[in-house]
Design a protein around this ligand. Structure first.
Ligand code: UD1
Ligand code: CA
Length: 420
């Protein structure tokens, strides 16, 4: 988007989180809170994003490389934070989105509508609002004859104003010329000893600058995360949306309450997810699989069609071929399992030698007996049989069609079974 740049305020001390970790770095469904918003804004393709950092700047900087970062040395409020970004806009005359780092659920489409409203109304400032059931702790939007005159914070609101359920989400777009000169005029809030960005609204109104607004119908995207409770709420909102998406695509989730599925996981239709199962990010599962109960499918795992993964099975960075069965109490890490393989109960890959992770490759139609330990790097050939309780040591590959057994396993001869 031409002539649109963004400032994201992320310098606040996040006191209400009661944490040693800076708030923007707290995980919300496998990504930092702030990354949700930076991903969304990056998707909008604005010209540039300026991140205002302060509290925890060193830690946050490490995770957010490639952004233009400016330092708010003392946390003097959201108005002061915007001022800290001023020098980044010297030779610029377009529009500036101002966003808060702790509103991770804002949608790209909503920001687009905010921008459209701003441009078509030729406003100096356009504010994103929402009507919510419980407006407590948010800034309230005060209107006169339908147009916004000011935003009052909960602490400064009269009882009548507190009754208003239209809130300030904390997402605005300004013309550059109606942002910095007016933010400069904001006075210190006596109660909180902070310069509130929200006070700029009334200053603009008094100066007869046109103020617009866009109100989103989806109140769930308004959430600002200040405490662990709000973090939990945001978690549930994302979870519910993800469950809905998967179900609409033909996946059965028996018990969404005890199940977690990362929003970005890809799952084929007619797959059934049994209770107490966790499916993490970067996971692909094919059609017609049965997963769980009590399965944990970790990042980097790719499961083909009609695979059965049963209770207490953990898979990480592992590929599983079609029709294979891994049904009980198994850990496979960095493994490649072919098709039509049967992995017996309690099979473990010893993939980590204390320094490095190694691969275990199991060929098509292999049969791994219960309680086997496969010490990586190791290969089990196609159609081979590993006896119950065997320990197959590193690099002692089992030949295709071979049978091994024992501790450590010795080669005994040729396999004489057929899986099907
Ligand atoms: C703010 C708004 C409120 C709105 C709500 C939406 C103000 C004064 N109030 O309240 O109207 O309804 O968000 O969630 O803006 N920050 C800095 N430097 C500072 C202080 C804050 O960068 O010195 C950043 C924070 O990191 C945060 C954002 O500004 O991302 C908002 O600050 P926060 O303290 O969370 O404001 P709220 O009380 O939530
Ligand atoms: Ca907040």
């Amino acid at each position: 988007m031409k002539n649109i740049r963004a400032i994201i305020l992320a310098a606040g001390s996040g006191t209400r989180m009661k944490s040693k970790m800076p708030k923007p770095l707290h995980a919300l469904h496998s990504k930092p809170i702030l990354k949700h918003l930076t991903d969304t804004v990056n998707n909008l393709r604005v010209e540039k994003i300026v991140l205002v950092l302060g509290h925890g700047i060193e830690k946050i900087k490490k995770e957010f490389k490639g952004f233009d970062i400016t330092h708010q040395k003392r946390q003097l409020g959201s108005g002061d934070a915007v001022n800290c970004a001023r020098s980044r806009f010297r030779n610029y005359n377009g529009d500036i989105l101002v966003l808060y780092a702790d509103t991770p659920l804002l949608k790209k489409e909503t920001l687009k509508k905010l921008i459209k409203t701003h441009k078509s109304g030729n406003f100096g400032c356009t504010i994103l609002t929402a009507r919510v059931n419980d407006p407590k702790n948010y800034g309230r939007v005060i209107r006169k004859k339908n147009s916004i005159t000011k935003i009052v914070e909960e602490k400064d609101a009269t009882p009548d104003e507190r009754g208003i359920n239209e809130i300030n989400i904390g997402a605005y777009i300004f013309k550059k010329k109606t942002l910095f000169p007016y933010v400069n005029k904001v006075k210190l809030n006596a109660k909180k000893r902070e310069y509130y960005l929200t006070d700029v609204v009334n200053i603009l109104k008094t100066a007869n600058v046109k103020i617009g607004s866009f109100s989103t119908k989806d109140a769930s995207e308004a959430i600002g995360i200040n405490s662990r409770r709000e973090l939990m709420k945001a978690h549930y909102i994302i979870k519910e949306k993800a469950m809905k998406k998967h179900m609409e695509r033909g996946v059965t989730v028996i018990d969404p309450v005890t199940t977690q599925i990362d929003p970005e996981a890809v799952i084929g239709k007619d797959t059934i997810i049994y209770p107490n199962t966790i499916i993490e990010k970067n996971v692909t599962i094919g059609e017609g699989c049965k997963i769980g109960p009590f399965a944990r499918i970790r990042p980097g795992t790719k499961i083909a069609k009609r695979v059965e993964i049963g209770n207490f099975v953990e898979l990480v960075r592992t590929k599983v071929g079609e029709n294979s069965k891994i049904k009980h109490m198994t850990y496979l890490g960095d493994a490649e399992v072919g098709r039509d393989v049967n992995i017996g109960a309690g099979t473990i890959t010893a993939n980590y030698d204390g320094k490095k992770k190694h691969k275990t490759i199991i060929g098509d139609r292999a049969f791994i007996g219960v309680g086997a330990i496969l010490i990586a790097p190791v290969k089990v050939g196609k159609g081979a049989l590993v006896g119950a309780g065997s320990v197959v040591t590193r690099k002692k590959d089992v030949p295709a069609g071979g049978v091994v057994a024992g501790v450590p396993a010795r080669i005994l001869g040729k396999a004489r079974y057929r899986l099907r």
